[in-house]
Structure formats: structure tokens, C-alpha cells
Design a protein. Sequence first.
Length: 204
Amino acid sequence: MAAITVVEYDPSWPEKFQEISQKLEHYLSSCGVKYLSIEHIGSTAIPGLAAKPNIDIIIEVPDAENVAKAKETLIHEPRPEEHYKCWGDGGIKGRISMKLHDRSMLPDQSVYIINQKDPDGRLLMRGHRALRDTLKMPQHESLKAAYGQLKIELATTSIDGVDYGQRKNPLIRKILRTAGWTDQDIDKKEALDYRIPGDNDLPY
């Protein structure tokens, strides 16, 4: 069983995102990469929510050409000790997954590149935004608390990060329904994830 670390919310996470985002903006702009947004997603983007201490970031670009350019930029443009490694889509369709080459560097971070013209990418982006924005709303404080408690419990009972992520799906479905999603759209989003629990070939 792989160790899953979930910690209480750290108020420094938004600041860490800003620091990483500024570096990403510099790399992309220096290499002429066109991008639409750089967004903080995942649980570290939601004040008060327990989370794995990993800053999740999406770079949304306008087309496939800029996906390729952004990927190459993150591999080659940063200083050697800060450059990224590409892991394909990381087991989830609609994205390019980039991790720091040196995984011991802090803060740990995951950067995902999404093509705005790709239907899978748009659906994935929409899902991340809906989860984040819904749980930020004061009227959904009870949902956020339930999600945080579930994450803490699953961290001790999941066999790895994939199992942990997929066992959150029933509650995530409830959150997305609250955000106005149909079951059909939720099914499509879940189908993007083809990872297999116990497969340790990727740094989930």
C-alpha cells in the first residue's frame, strides 16, 4: 500500500501557486507560447480544505501547436534543477501531465497543459473549475467538510494515489450535480480517467 499524505489546509498554498505561476508565465512568454490562463486547481486551491500537499496547476492553451510548444518549454527553459518531465497524459485523457524532474523539490507540483480546442480537454477543465468554485461557496460548506473528511479517511485505506482518487468519485459526482452537471456529463468526465489502481508506472 502506497502512502498517501493528506494534511490540513495550509494558508501558504495560494502564495506558493502565485510564485510558481509567475515562473511559468516567464517561461511561456520568453518562448512565445500563447496561453489563455494559468489556474490553481485541486484541493490546495480551496481555502480550508484538507489536501495532499501538491500544488495542481492547469495551463490552458488555444491549440495543439501551443500544447507542443508549452511542453517543450517546460522541459528545456527552466534552470536544470527546476525543469519538468513529461508523463504523457498521466492516465487521464485531455491533458499533458508535467512533473518536476526532481520530485524532492518543494513545493511539490503538478502542471497540466490543456488544449482549449480539444473536447476532452474542455470537459476536464470544466470539471476542475466546477469542483473548485462550488466548494469555495459559503453555502456549500457542508459539502466541503464532507469532502475533506473523506480525503483524510481514504488516505489511510487506499492502495495508491489512483485508488484514492477514484474512490472520491461518488462524492465528486454529488458536488458536480450541485454545480448543475448532468449524470451524462459526469460519466463522460469519469471516462477520461483510464488509470488502474496498483499500476506504479506513472507518478500519480
